[in-house]
Design a protein. Structure first.
Lengths: 324, 324
């Protein structure tokens, strides 16, 4: 059985062994730039962990794991164009460093590369892996569309928001675990349990991200603090604060979100002070805990000795104690 | 054995049976809009023809064929953003009708849908099909990048241009035929011959397209005549004309391509009159014929009775006698 560090090392080694710098240079340079970041590389790690949980051959999960990391990075490259985000992980985004055409096309290439990597495992596993991978890929796009739709909608229901983050974030985390379980030859019930564990962890993970966007340490988080507020993102934090605050504050909050003339810093400060007054931060943390507990229940339902689950449990814990 | 009309009918039926209009609406409406065009649907047709050539089960080739059409349309949606093209097949492009964010994301979704369709065939064929498909997808992106690179390069060699259109256009036509041959259970040698036939036909097809861009009938072609000149595309037509004209005209031609202030119509007219003087149109037609002959040689090398080849031959003929 492998430790978190063993698997992290395998993922890092695998990525640094890839020759992303090919020709034409202007296509592949942004890919190499994107892949050589200091990010968490959470998704491939989850794939290897899920495979190892079932005592599967982790070597056979390496390339499918890489596929998930490349796909995830592709979505970030395209999302950053759509969101006009200047920074990602403390560095310029691809569209900012090059231009949006380069970011579109390098992203497309990464998507195709992801599929190419996903094929590099046992041939008999390929159809199943690609089936769940493609379904997830489509759902991630649907989630991103909903996210964009919400920006111009006057009101968003909390359940709509939660469904959006399920699609945009949780599904890919879930399928990373699911693919690991498939390579690990888990039974259908356990493959499904891994997926569901991933959905719950993914929901909690996104809520944590929403919190960190406002309350995280800018330097370590690598994004501008309060970016969600600056771009009028109707996050759970915002939607719940709307619900919790009194009618007067609700008007102020809505006005702030509809005012495009107000300067970012001032807007973030004002919104944050209303958020703080409502105690919404604690409410989000409660919901996060609820998803986390459900995740643990899924993990417990899997028919594997408890010791094997410790690596996944430890990682899950560390994700929710992070402050960047 | 199926006729061209039979197979065309199958392709049209298959596409009209798909429910592209799903939720979120702003993601799927552009996909339905893109797929319901009156285009040639050449690539899926080639897949079915290649399968039928080897007496394969055409029903098993339907979804891989659809995958190629969806993928091709995805590349057009993204290319139109990059090229800022307002028209495609006589209608507004997706980025123009909606916006570029919608076009990016609907395109991404089509890419994922293409893979989902490609999986819907015999499971044992899936790894091989997806391997050649992914390789082609990457090469198409490389071709598009080279195409964009050429715009800002002072000079482009003719061989570089030909390699670019091989990647950007010929490879997808080739892989459409290759996948049909795979589903048709052809032997390795014949699968390769189908691919090579596709490369040669694809090269000829693109040269025809370059000609039609300038000499085609605008209404039927569905694009603005001379669009390549307007956007300074260094097509074979341009590069060969540069080679054929005298040094004085060469300066004029280069100046016209470097002058961003000159009005489109006037520029197209001036460039065209130099082209006409050099007789470059006939030179392009000769090269096209050369590719065509090589394609026929590939087809002849395939160990199948001559009669079975007639459908592919007829289609190839019709592609080169088209005037739009």
């Amino acid at each position: 059985m492998f430790s978190l560090q063993d698997l992290q090392e395998k993922v890092n080694q695998l990525i640094s062994n890839q020759e992303f710098k090919r020709k034409p240079q202007r296509l592949y340079d942004p890919i190499a730039y994107t892949m050589n970041h200091g990010g968490k590389r959470l998704r491939p790690l989850l794939t290897l962990m899920a495979c190892d949980l079932f005592d599967g051959d982790v070597e056979k999960a390496l390339y499918p794991a890489l596929a998930l990391e490349v796909f995830h990075n592709f979505t970030l490259v395209h999302d950053d164009i759509m969101d006009k985000a200047p920074l990602r992980r403390g560095r310029e985004t691809v569209f900012k460093k090059w231009d949006s055409n380069i970011a579109i096309l390098s992203g497309d290439t990464m998507f195709a590369l992801a599929y190419q990597y996903a094929l590099r495992t046992d041939y008999q596993l390929v159809p199943k892996i690609l089936e769940v991978f493609s379904k997830a890929a489509i759902e991630v796009c649907e989630g991103q569309q909903l996210d964009m739709d919400f920006e111009s909608m006057p009101t968003v229901k909390i359940e709509e928001y939660l469904d959006m983050i399920r699609l945009k974030t949780a599904v890919l985390i879930a399928v990373s675990l699911q693919i690991g379980a498939i390579v690990g030859n888990a039974c259908e019930k356990d493959i499904e349990a891994m997926y569901n564990f991933g959905i719950q962890i993914g929901m909690a993970f996104q809520l944590k991200d929403d919190l960190l966007d406002l309350y995280g340490e800018q330097e370590q988080f690598g994004k501008i603090t309060g970016g969600d507020i600056a771009s009028n993102k109707k996050t759970y934090l915002f939607l719940k604060a709307l619900e919790l605050c009194d009618s007067e504050e609700r008007v102020v909050l809505n006005d702030l979100y509809n005012d495009s003339s107000i300067e970012s810093d001032i807007k973030i400060g004002k919104v944050k002070s209303i958020f703080d007054k409502t105690g919404v931060q604690a409410t989000v943390e409660l919901l996060m805990q609820d998803y986390y507990n459900k995740a643990i229940n899924c993990l417990e339902s899997i028919d594997v000795v408890k010791e094997r689950k410790s690596v996944l449990l430890d990682l899950s814990d560390s994700l929710f104690s992070r402050n960047y």
